[in-house]
Design a protein around this ligand. Sequence first.
Ligand SMILES: *[C@@H]1O[C@H](CO)[C@@H](O)[C@H](O)[C@H]1NC(C)=O
Ligand SMILES: *[C@@H]1O[C@H](CO)[C@@H](O)[C@H](O)[C@H]1NC(C)=O
Ligand SMILES: *[C@@H]1O[C@H](CO)[C@@H](O)[C@H](O)[C@H]1NC(C)=O
Ligand SMILES: *[C@@H]1O[C@H](CO)[C@@H](O)[C@H](O)[C@H]1NC(C)=O
Ligand SMILES: *[C@@H]1O[C@H](CO)[C@@H](O)[C@H](O)[C@H]1NC(C)=O
Ligand SMILES: *[C@@H]1O[C@H](CO)[C@@H](O)[C@H](O)[C@H]1NC(C)=O
Ligand SMILES: *[C@@H]1O[C@H](CO)[C@@H](O)[C@H](O)[C@H]1NC(C)=O
Ligand SMILES: *[C@@H]1O[C@H](CO)[C@@H](O)[C@H](O)[C@H]1NC(C)=O
Length: 420
Amino acid sequence: MYCFRTTISVFDMFRKKLKFLILLIVTTISLGFIMTYMDFYQPRIVPCFQVTTQNNVSTTTGSTLCVSATSGHQFEKRRPDSCSKHNHAAFLKVHKAGSTTVMDIFLRYAIQNRLNIVLPKRSDGFGFNYLGYEETLLRDNLVPLQKYQTYDILCNHVIYNRTAFRSILPNDTMYIAILREPIRHFISSGIYYYFFDELCKIYNTTNSSKAISTFLNNPSALDMATTYFHNKMSFDLGLPPSQFENITYINNYVQELDKDFALVMILEYFDESLVLMKRYLCWELQDIIYLPLNSIGEVKYPMLTFEDEKNLRKFNFADFQLYEYFQNIFGQKVQAEGPLFFQEVKHFKLIQQKVKNYCNSTMQSDKSYYPLMVPRSTWNKEFFITHSDCKFMSQDELLLMHNLIEEAWGRYNQSLKTKG
Ligand SMILES: *[C@@H]1O[C@H](CO)[C@@H](O)[C@H](O)[C@H]1NC(C)=O
Ligand SMILES: *[C@@H]1O[C@H](CO)[C@@H](O)[C@H](O)[C@H]1NC(C)=O
Ligand SMILES: *[C@@H]1O[C@H](CO)[C@@H](O)[C@H](O)[C@H]1NC(C)=O
Ligand SMILES: *[C@@H]1O[C@H](CO)[C@@H](O)[C@H](O)[C@H]1NC(C)=O
Ligand SMILES: *[C@@H]1O[C@H](CO)[C@@H](O)[C@H](O)[C@H]1NC(C)=O
Ligand SMILES: *[C@@H]1O[C@H](CO)[C@@H](O)[C@H](O)[C@H]1NC(C)=O
Ligand SMILES: *[C@@H]1O[C@H](CO)[C@@H](O)[C@H](O)[C@H]1NC(C)=O
Ligand SMILES: *[C@@H]1O[C@H](CO)[C@@H](O)[C@H](O)[C@H]1NC(C)=O
């Protein structure tokens, strides 16, 4: 009897709990659904931001922002058109960090707004598209300016040097760069430049993982230039190779960069980076539409072992320091924008998908389709993407560069003639 009752009550309790549990699950699911559906759901940047919980975020900008980054809400109250578009910008093109896509955005903007682009003076030949190959900006290497004009946009490869850049670009230039997670950067560069194939030959193996391990175990033993794989991002940002191991120097240098650069984008958060860039530059959403360029696409990535990663961390010490510092800064900047930022990113991703699909289908045939209409929203004016926009966005980078250089020379030569 006693036993029986106990059993009943336990069973009852269990049933109650089960009911409660089911109710909870159903509520959660439906709430989740409603919130997603009604657009209340705000995607969060999930991993690895060590976002500080303080309200104060230091504004570490080298130049004037149209928006103070200290308070997101302040920004959201302003209409996007209450600031004027920044037409002076320098984008530091860091190797193998998604920067060709960003360069394309800057070139398109410059062309549409008839701005002067800083261009290398040669229009072909090896490395012609570099403003400075392993060197910084020098006026002698550029297509000269017409009288009384200034350079507006810089977005080609060149090594960063504060003094050199400031002697050529206007004082209100906004500096922007991009970084990539250093392990992925190493793998991507190694594949792109056939470095891993080279290692396989050198170490007489067909197993690239093995070749990479052997290399990373003792990089200095390799009798071959490794410039493209050895702290390349730090090098592009102007860190002297003699200081690659000097933590004091690196720490100081990174903080100096932070003062100079209004924004260091993070490739792992590409769309977030672009939306942030758009806000800082006070551009329109249509200005940052892109088609991905120069990416490797689908290849089998070699896996690094724990030991490899440890060795890579040592080899590319400066890059890891640089990346970790700016990843943190990026998190702070995103946080400072306030929650509506994530809605804008979500909206941007949606439009990006539409543009990608539209371009894919319109590029398949040579016929001009109807343009894609992107309706007005909180985040953008109505705009159109046309067949020729798609063509522009997917054209060959080097050919475009060649044409731009020729045109700039043409204008310059013409200006000499009309004066003389
Ligand atoms: C925030 O900044 C103000 C002035 O800039 C300062 O007085 C205050 O102590 C700061 N608060 C925190 C939590 O850092
Ligand atoms: C940067 O450029 C200036 C002059 O253009 C030069 O004096 C200086 O040595 C350069 N700095 C580095 C680190 O190369
Ligand atoms: C930048 O500012 C300095 C003084 O602040 C001025 O001498 C210089 O001409 C300015 N340069 C440009 C390119 O505007
Ligand atoms: C490379 O390895 C293969 C077998 O793994 C061997 O037959 C060959 O002799 C090796 N070549 C050199 C140059 O060591
Ligand atoms: C390649 O080498 C690694 C060790 O470096 C080993 O774990 C892996 O199984 C090898 N792969 C092949 C296909 O032999
Ligand atoms: C490391 O950097 C610091 C700070 O710039 C400098 O004083 C020191 O001489 C550097 N050490 C070496 C070995 O270059
Ligand atoms: C582009 O369109 C074709 C069919 O028209 C399709 O097979 C392909 O998957 C599409 N590519 C992308 C990236 O959407
Ligand atoms: C401009 O003039 C330079 C010589 O001053 C010449 O080499 C170049 O071909 C000319 N370019 C164009 C596009 O007119």
